[in-house]
Design a protein around this ligand. Structure first.
Ligand SMILES: [Zn+2]
Length: 329
């Protein structure tokens, strides 16, 4: 592992991040091979009413998708995000003292990074949400940043990290404006923040859009407070977040979740589908590591998988009511 701690200018994080990956593709064979393989990867599209779901066959993601993220297994393994355990070829770009930017050697997109805390601290968005806004602001020119909760998609639930990928590649990002136009989801606005609730896309999600950090912090706090009331005690409410920064404004797309994996994941007969939904999957791109699953999956399976892992309608309605209260106070 090699440290890279050079130019600290706030303005060129996107360029430095891009350079890091280019460099790693030259110096690290595994990284280069996996990015090259991405160019030959198979994808397929399923058209639903007013939106698409894509699937990607990506065998290199098998470790991540099938990771045992239960507490006993996590305790037994060496943390792969701790600096001392990184592969010797891995270079780090130190970001604002607390985080390091790393090229992800098992990519889903042409550019894919892990942004992890320097120290071994648990994965949680509570206490790190402002960091998410700052990182998204810093990298927003080229990249989208996302968060996977410790119990819904993160393969390192014991080590705090975000991921960053090429902007506008996740379907929900490039479909967002069209979704608003065609379906006219309910919008709440007060001149400083727009909040929308999406119910017609197989999965339920909420968007926050604002150029004011304080408004986003408050809206998120309100969301978490309400979500905690309908979640298990002593556990972070299950969620994935996709964050972008464009024209001085943040957009956060939040997927509140009921559970991590659908029953097809655990099946041991021909109904098995090794799909473990995280932020990208909730965003409309299902990552499928096994060829047999890629070949047999049908649109009914996609509907079934989303239905199991998304928050049920009545819980979503509750969140909508509670978040709505910030606009009436
Ligand atoms: Zn660690």
């Amino acid at each position: 592992m090699i440290f890279e701690e050079k130019n600290k200018s706030e303005n060129n994080w996107p360029e430095q991040t891009r350079q890091l990956l280019e460099k790693q593709k030259t110096s690290w064979k595994l990284c280069r091979n996996n990015y090259e393989a991405l160019g030959r990867i198979q994808t397929r599209k399923y058209e639903f009413e007013n939106f698409d779901i894509k699937i990607q066959l990506n065998p290199e993601r098998i470790t991540s998708s099938s990771a045992d993220v239960g507490a006993p297994a996590i305790k037994l393994r060496k943390c792969f995000l701790c600096l001392e355990n990184l592969p010797k070829e891995q270079e780090c770009l130190v970001y604002n003292k607390n985080f390091v930017i790393l090229s992800n050697p098992y990519p889903i997109f042409q550019e894919h990074f892990t942004i992890s805390k320097k120290h071994h601290l648990p994965q949680t968005i509570i206490g790190n949400f402002e960091e998410l806004l700052d990182i998204t602001h810093a990298l927003g020119k080229f990249y989208t940043v996302f968060y996977n909760g410790p119990k819904c998609g993160s393969s390192a639930p014991d080590h705090m990290h975000f991921q960053a990928v090429t902007k506008n590649e996740i379907p929900v990002e490039y479909e967002f404006c069209m979704m608003i136009e065609k379906l006219g989801p309910m919008v709440l606005r007060n001149g400083k923040i727009d909040v929308r609730f999406f119910e017609d896309h197989l999965r339920y999600f909420i968007s926050f859009e604002s150029q004011y950090k304080g408004e986003l912090l408050f809206a998120f706090k309100t969301f978490v407070k309400a979500f905690k009331k309908i979640s298990l005690l002593n556990e972070e409410p299950l969620m994935n977040i996709i964050a972008t920064f464009h024209e001085r404004s943040w957009r956060l797309i939040i997927f509140p979740r009921l559970k991590h994996r659908p029953h097809q994941f655990y099946a041991d007969d021909e109904s098995k589908l090794l799909i473990s939904p995280a932020a990208v999957d909730m965003g409309g791109l299902l990552i499928i590591p096994r060829k047999e699953d890629f070949e047999k999956i049908k649109s009914e399976d996609i509907i079934s998988i989303y239905k199991q892992v998304t928050l049920p309608k009545e819980y979503f309605e509750y969140l909508r009511k509670k978040i709505g209260e910030i606009f009436t106070k």
